[in-house]
Design a protein around this ligand. Structure first.
Ligand code: SAH
Length: 225
């Protein structure tokens, strides 16, 4: 994500009612259904960028609650501007570093996690910062409900190969795995394109995707449905 320091983005975020603010995040674990005012499932996207994917998902699935997480104010600002044009009651945003995710959501509170076009961190010494790394899978394990799934899409084959290698030792299993999502008619049903996905697929780059569940609760899951 190209970054520009947009003047005032921090101030806009601080005042936005679409954002769950940093000062109250430590009080939030276990309280997210209360924040949305219903018992609907909660899906999150980590590294949502300008928010096209999560905003469209929230529009198309009003009975699911969505939380978009993004570390940069200048990018999050774009998602807030979309909400100002048309507010969706089932969508909230958080500006935070994803490493702290297990301090913001309670055990088993989240039904699904989306990772879309995550930063590749190509240097080996930065592997732990990659959002689909074993370290992050351990954090997701704490907040994901039994049978909950993680969906990851990327154009970056090296990052995808790394992510797939992390699964088995970390106790996860792929229910869906493709190296060319857009060539698979069935998997494309209901696919919502992210900003990066539009850009890379229009250039002819194949998009990789997996859907994973924990091995231990695989039998109870319905990830292939
Ligand atoms: N999901 C969007 C944007 C992909 S770019 C799309 O597919 O179009 C990756 C985004 O993730 C960037 O906006 C970056 O700021 C954010 N990001 C990367 N690492 C993060 C982290 N550790 N915590 C929160 N956001 C992160």
């Amino acid at each position: 994500m190209r970054l520009r320091n947009i003047t005032g983005s921090r101030e806009v975020i601080a005042e936005s009612r679409y954002v769950v603010h940093e000062e109250v995040l430590h009080e939030c674990p276990g309280k997210w259904h209360g924040i949305f005012g219903n018992d609907n499932p909660i899906h999150i996207e980590i590294g949502m960028g300008k928010g096209k994917f999560i905003y469209t998902m929230a529009q198309e699935h009003p009975n699911i609650n969505y939380v978009g997480i993004e570390k940069y104010s200048s990018v999050l600002l774009r998602a807030i501007q979309k909400m100002e044009q048309e507010e969706l009651p089932n969508l909230k945003f958080i500006r935070m570093e994803a490493e702290e995710i297990a301090e913001v959501f309670g055990q088993g509170e989240i039904d699904r996690i989306y990772l879309n076009f995550s930063d590749p961190w190509p240097k080996d010494r930065h592997a732990k910062r990659r959002l689909p790394s074993a370290e992050f899978l351990g954090r997701y394990d704490k907040i994901l409900v039994r049978g909950g799934r993680i969906e990851f899409k990327t154009d970056n084959r090296d990052l995808f190969d790394f992510a797939v290698e992390e699964l088995e030792p970390a106790g996860w299993e792929a229910k869906v795995l493709t190296y060319d999502l857009h060539a698979d008619e069935k998997l494309m049903e209901g696919n919502v394109m992210t900003e990066y996905e539009e850009k890379f697929s229009s250039m002819g780059t194949p998009i990789c995707k997996y859907v994973i569940v924990r091995k231990k609760d695989c039998e109870s899951c319905n990830a292939t449905k």
